[in-house]
Structures are given as structure tokens and as C-alpha cells.
Design a protein around this ligand. Structure first.
Ligand code: APR
Length: 250
């Protein structure tokens, strides 16, 4: 299938689901995780049970949160984010399932009701004891050069960024909505993910098994290449700059 063929199918489609990973944000200046120079090539993740049991691990996690929060404030959505939001504007977006926590899809124009964030969001801080929400800015500003990990002012519980760490239970509502959209998708488009983290990586397969046309847009091959009806192996920005003119009046 060529890009032109895929574009003509998209022009007629009304129930498109996008599934994105960190690859869609690299052209905004946010490194991904597993490419050369990616986050996990430079540091080890803090697992959830480690965060719970070790003050040193919590401080390490909060130091990283301080850095990433500053970066997220500076970066802007790129053509990938805005192109997906144009699908919503044209009434073609059934839903967006993202693994990303950077908030760029929202800032790129996709409405909240059309997004599920499988791995949570960097835009909230929550108490693990009582569930109280906190403004990340205030929590991060309260952390000096050296600090102990922040606690809840209501129950003294541990505060944690609203992102889902390895080993932490997945957000049930987001998982259920992702399942519904994957099963109902007419076209399911994976953009910028290595598809190595479960259970997130199962949704493209669920969609394909439910009858969706499966497309993958990624710089490198993914484990589901053999399942894909359409593959674009290259830069995401380039892909959308080629695709958008073909959809202009759809
Ligand atoms: N154009 C095309 N592909 C790109 C680009 C780009 N500009 N930038 C990166 N990629 C591709 C990489 O080649 C890689 O295959 O995007 C993919 C990103 O993969 P990962 O870094 O593994 O990110 P992701 O798939 O989102 O990771 C899933 O792992 O650590 C957890 O919670 C974290 O949500 C994340 C999850």
C-alpha cells in the first residue's frame, strides 16, 4: 500500500484511532526512551516499589521530575500533534491513545474527551495515601537544592507525579477506554512507539484482530510489522508533511 492509497482510505474514514509513543515528541525536543541517547540509555527507571520503599529513590525521581517539568514547559507541539488534532476537527478521530506524559497532544489541540493517557500525566501530582491532587508547580517549587521527598499536607502520605511508573497499576478507566476504541477502530495508526511495553503495546494487535486497518509510522521496524497493512519507516514530521496535502479537503 502506498501513501496515496493510505491517504485515500483516510479521506473516507470516520473512525480513526491514533496510538502514540515518545517518538511523536522527539521533533519537539523531548528525547524518547530507547533510541540512541534516549532516556533509558542514560538512566534507569525508578520502579514503583522502589519509590514506595526508598527515600533515596524518591528523591532521585523528584530530581528528574524537576528537570522534565522545566523541559515540558519550554517545548511546543509539532506537526505530528497538530495533524492528529486536525483529524478531530474534521470529525474523523474516534480517539487518541497515548503513552506520552508530556501533554503535547492536548496543547496541540486534541480535546480531553478524545485522549486517554495510558501512562498518566506529568501535569498532576497525587497523594498515594488519600488521592488528593496537588499542583506540580507548587510541589516542585517547594523542593530546594537538597530536599526530602514531599508529603501530603492532609494525611502525610507520599506525593508522586501523576505518571505511571513501571510496576504501578495501570489506570483502569484509561485502559477500558483504550480497549473500546481499539475494538471499534476503522483505522488504527501507531505513531512513534517501539511497542515493547505491555499492556500498552497490545492495543494495536487488539485493533487488528477486531478488523481495523493497521498502520505503523515509525523510524524503525516494530514487533508488529508483519501485522501492519501500511507501514511508513521514516521521520514522523516528514510523514505528516507528505500526508496532510493529500487530506486537505477531506
Ligand atoms: N520519527 C519517527 N520515529 C521516531 C522519531 C521520529 N522523529 N523519534 C523516535 N522515533 C521512534 C524510535 O525509533 C522508537 O522506535 O519512536 C520510537 C520510540 O520508542 P520508545 O523510546 O521506546 O518510546 P515508547 O514506545 O513511547 O515507550 C513506551 O516505555 O518507558 C516507558 O512509559 C514509557 O511510555 C513509555 C513506554
Amino acid at each position: 500500500m502506498t501513501l496515496d492509497d493510505f491517504a485515500s482510505i483516510l479521506r473516507r474514514a470516520t473512525d480513526v484511532v491514533f496510538f502514540t509513543g515518545a517518538g511523536i515528541s522527539t521533533e519537539s525536543g523531548i528525547p524518547d526512551f530507547r533510541s540512541p541517547g534516549g532516556k533509558w540509555t542514560r538512566m534507569k527507571p525508578v520502579y514503583f516499589d522502589e519509590f514506595i520503599s526508598s527515600e533515596e529513590a524518591r528523591v532521585r525521581a523528584w530530581q528528574r521530575k524537576k528537570e522534565s517539568h522545566l523541559l515540558y514547559k519550554e517545548v511546543k507541539p509539532n506537526v505530528g500533534h497538530t495533524s492528529i488534532s486536525n483529524f478531530e476537527k474534521r470529525g474523523k478521530l474516534l480517539g487518541l491513545i497515548t503513552q506520552n506524559i508530556d501533554g503535547l497532544h492536548s496543547r496541540g489541540g486534541v480535546s480531553d474527551g478524545k485522549i486517554v493517557e495510558l501512562h498518566g500525566s506529568d501535569r498532576t501530582v497525587v497523594c498515594l495515601g488519600c488521592g488528593k491532587d496537588f499542583d506540580p508547580e507548587e510541589v516542585l517549587e517547594s523542593l530546594g537544592e537538597t530536599f526530602t521527598s514531599p508529603r501530603c499536607d492532609a494525611c502525610d502520605g507520599l506525593l508522586k507525579s501523576g505518571t505511571i511508573s513501571f510496576g504501578q497499576p495501570m489506570p483502569q478507566a484509561a485502559m477500558q477506554q483504550a480497549q473500546v476504541w481499539s475494538e471499534a477502530a476503522e483505522i488504527f495508526v501507531v505513531v512513534g512507539s517501539s511497542l515493547v511495553v505491555q499492556p500498552a503495546a497490545s492495543f494495536p494487535v487488539i485493533a487488528k484482530q477486531a478488523g481495523a486497518l493497521l498502520a505503523v509510522v515509525n523510524r524503525e521496524a516494530t514487533p508488529i510489522e508483519s501485522l501492519a497493512d501500511y507501514s511508513y519507516e521514516g521521520e514522523i514530521g516528514e510523514f505528516f508533511r507528505k500526508l496532510n496535502p493529500l487530506l486537505a479537503d477531506a
